[in-house]
Design a protein around this ligand. Structure first.
Ligand code: MN
Length: 249
């Protein structure tokens, strides 16, 4: 069955009940990438999503957790053959995580290299205050044709967006990102064919409550407004972008 929506970055396992969250994505026909933050979390997600039509589970090692979890890199490499999807991975140079930045670079470089060897992975990548370093490592370690990168909630410059496009990346955008002028400026730099939608739930909130999995309609509406398109046109474009990405990898 064809999906109705795409939520390409959602932490389903950080909602109160993972099974309910998965069921919701299936009921709403949302092609969902369930990102995880540590390799230890992967097995339970994969187990519960095994029968799901629309949820795919990504193996992750979040840059904000690298300081405590770098030793799970071994587990990451053992689990990698079990999924086509990797995330959340990347770099975070924000003030709270800058101390682990060298370890983060080591971990991300290793992950990219493992993905390049496998040759068929799709990655959801975090790049807070580290767009340049993320793009440098992708260029160095993951040649085009050896994997696909989706830059999640990108906050780099217009020139860095163009560099990401040249490296073959897609961009997943969310409601909170598009509520800021800078986020909308970034969106204008992204061609329609390179766009995906995400919630980044439960971290993104709407009127004080966590956004629910798959609730991307406000994001589609925000894209439609910036791009001067009908909401349905954006909705179909995003679905076809996802299927093209998976088909051409
Ligand atoms: Mn996230």
């Amino acid at each position: 069955m064809q999906p109705e929506f795409v939520d390409f970055h959602c932490h389903l396992d950080l909602y109160p009940d993972l099974e309910t969250a998965i069921a919701k994505c299936d009921a709403l026909r949302v092609a969902t990438l369930a990102v995880t933050t540590t390799p230890k979390a992967f097995a339970r997600n994969q187990q519960l999503a095994r029968q799901s039509e629309f949820v795919r589970v990504a193996l992750g090692l979040h840059p904000q957790l690298v300081a405590e979890r770098a030793m799970e890199l071994d587990l990451f490499s053992r689990l990698l053959p079990e999924t086509r999807y990797v995330g959340e991975v990347g770099l975070d140079a924000g003030p709270r995580h800058y101390r682990s930045f060298e370890t983060q670079k080591h971990v991300f470089r290793t992950i990219l290299t493992l993905c390049a060897q496998a040759g068929d992975k799709v990655l959801s990548v975090h790049s807070v205050r580290a767009a340049k370093h993320v793009l440098d490592l992708i260029e160095e370690c993951l040649p085009k044709g050896r994997g696909k990168v989706v830059l999640h909630w990108f906050t780099g410059s217009a020139a860095e967006v163009r560099r990401g496009l040249e490296l073959g990346c897609l961009f997943s955008v969310n409601e909170r990102m598009l509520s800021s002028p800078n986020g909308r400026k970034i969106l204008q730099e992204i061609p329609n064919t390179r766009l995906l939608t995400e919630t980044d739930g439960p971290f993104v909130e709407r009127s004080g409550n966590a956004i629910t999995p798959g609730d991307v309609l406000p994001t589609l509406e925000a894209i439609a407004k910036v791009k001067d398109l009908a909401v349905e046109a954006v909705q179909h474009q995003v679905i076809s972008n996802l299927s093209n990405m998976l088909r051409t990898l």
